[in-house]
Design a protein around this ligand. Structure first.
Ligand SMILES: Cc1ncc(COP(=O)(O)O)c(C=O)c1O
Length: 465
């Protein structure tokens, strides 16, 4: 590399990047191969890591091992799917048994009934369940049901809330907060979305009063990114009351909160009955699978006999892998464990312990950040406005959406790599999920890795001494 180029490349003098590259030559080699095959060499935007991500060879419980043999305490948690950890023996046995019997029958099978029952057991609002293959498909179907049921076309969403990547959900998640269409999305679709600030009850009330075309409100019920920008219970209750008053459907996107915020999701935790809910991730026990569930009279729009009787055209819904039997087996096993054990509470207790431990490091190291969160999750607040805060008592409701979401890209990227070098995999927002398999020793390792990562950042001049 020429001296001029070396001077331009800020990574060249980074000990963190050098240490990362030294630990992960196998991943680097695979990343080079992938770059010639896959856009950015990856399959999911959240796996984009600078200079390259780790390639995982195997995982068990709270740990995963990369192709170079390095072990990581895993808080990415399969994008939130793995509240029971990697390879839970009961779930793995259920998958093996089902896979041995066949993976695609092109027909109904007994496990889809057991799977729907397992959901209904934990989610009282799930009068009917329709399986899809991903959370994106589940929210797409929820919106289609809402529009067909109400005869209205506009969707009310909240800035920063994520509901998958289909056309109705792209603007306003991480950009296009003015509601303009993202690349490849039609203006006409973007025009049928109203984007409001999360938590603004008055704005919702005014919109429902003046816009009679709102079919549904969809939201992440604990706030965007699993409560990185949290919502108050009062707001959820206000949404329930306002939607009922205006004949608007309330859709809880419980793809992440489902079976995690409580075993009955956010809806049971808050005592709110949404009209429709979307589930994915935990619902399929770590396998691909998802569902839309809710009121019978709404899901009747998918029912041949009900629509024939009503003289209405039904909503079509094929899907090769809907209610896939192997995913169904994993889902039944996982949901049964969650229903019959304290796994959900154990994972939450571990996250609380971790949040405390990380905040203690921040206090001791005099870093003005904070770790916060609820149930089995945690988020890192990097304090872009340099507020005077005490890490352990930081109140995210005192900060703005922009502050909570904003992480200096360069610093966050270095922190992520430093944590990987120290054996911990966080999600790209430097937060994560715990599982029932995380142990006190994992918390201790993570706290030590966090302290060491801060020291490394400081040594590079990324943090004030
Ligand atoms: C709240 C929420 N809704 C929907 C989705 C989309 O689910 P999937 O990735 O299964 O399409 C996600 C994915 O992370 C999510 O977090």
């Amino acid at each position: 590399m020429s001296t001029a180029l070396a001077a331009e490349d800020p990574r060249i003098n980074s000990r963190i990047v050098t240490a990362y590259r030294q630990r992960t030559p196998g991943s680097a080699d695979l990343a080079r191969q992938a770059a010639d095959l896959l856009p950015s060499g990856i399959a999911h935007d959240a796996r984009h890591v600078d200079p390259y991500g780790i390639y995982i060879a195997r995982a068990k419980g709270p740990h995963k091992w990369d192709v170079d043999g390095n072990r990581y305490v895993d808080y990415f948690g399969g994008h939130g799917a793995l509240i029971l950890g990697h390879g839970h023996p009961t779930v793995a046995a259920a998958i093996a048994e089902a896979a041995g019997e066949g993976s695609q029958f092109g027909a109904s099978h007994p496990r889809e009934i057991g799977w729907a029952r397992a959901i209904q057991r934990l989610i009282p609002s799930a009068e009917r369940v329709r399986f899809t293959s991903s959370g994106t498909e589940a929210t797409l179907m929820a919106v289609r049901l809402a529009r067909a049921f109400t005869g209205r076309s506009t969707l009310l969403r909240f800035k920063g809330h994520f509901h998958g990547w289909h056309d109705h959900m792209t603007a306003g998640y991480s950009n296009h907060f003015d509601g303009s269409p993202t690349p490849g999305v039609l203006q006409g679709i973007a025009d049928k979305t109203v984007l409001l600030a999360p938590g603004d009850t008055d704005a919702v009330a005014e919109t429902l009063r003046t816009n009679k075309d709102i079919a549904a409100i969809i939201l992440e019920p604990t706030g965007s990114s699993f409560g990185q920008v949290p919502l108050k219970a009062e707001f959820l209750h206000a949404l329930r009351a306002l939607t009922a008053e205006h004949g608007v459907l309330l859709i809880f996107d419980e793809v992440v909160t489902g079976f995690r915020t409580s075993r009955g999701g956010a809806q049971v935790a808050y005592g709110i009955r949404p009209d429709l809910s979307s589930f994915a991730k935990i619902v399929a026990g770590g396998m691909p699978g998802a569902a839309v569930a809710g009121r019978k009279d709404i899901l009747d729009l998918l029912d041949f006999a009900a629509m024939a009787k009503a003289g209405r055209e039904k909503i079509g819904h094929p899907g090769t892998f809907n209610a896939n039997p192997v995913s169904a087996a994993a889902g039944i096993a996982a949901l049964t464990i969650l229903a019959e054990t304290d796994a959900n509470d154990v994972a939450a207790a571990r996250a609380a312990e971790l949040r405390d431990g990380l905040n203690e490091v921040l206090s001791q190291e005099r870093v003005p950040w904070a770790v916060y969160g609820t149930s089995s999750g945690f988020h890192l607040f990097m304090n872009p406005e340099k507020r005077a805060i005490t890490p352990g008592t930081f109140d995210p409701f005192a900060a703005t959406l922009e502050e909570l979401k904003s992480q200096p890209a360069h610093l966050a990227s270095r922190m992520r790599l430093a944590m990987l070098v120290n054996g911990v995999d966080l999600n790209p927002r430097l937060g994560g999920f715990t599982s029932v398999t995380h142990q006190a020793a994992d918390t201790a390792d993570t706290v030590a890795a966090f302290r060491e990562s801060i020291h490394m950042l400081r040594a590079e001049g990324e943090l004030p001494a």
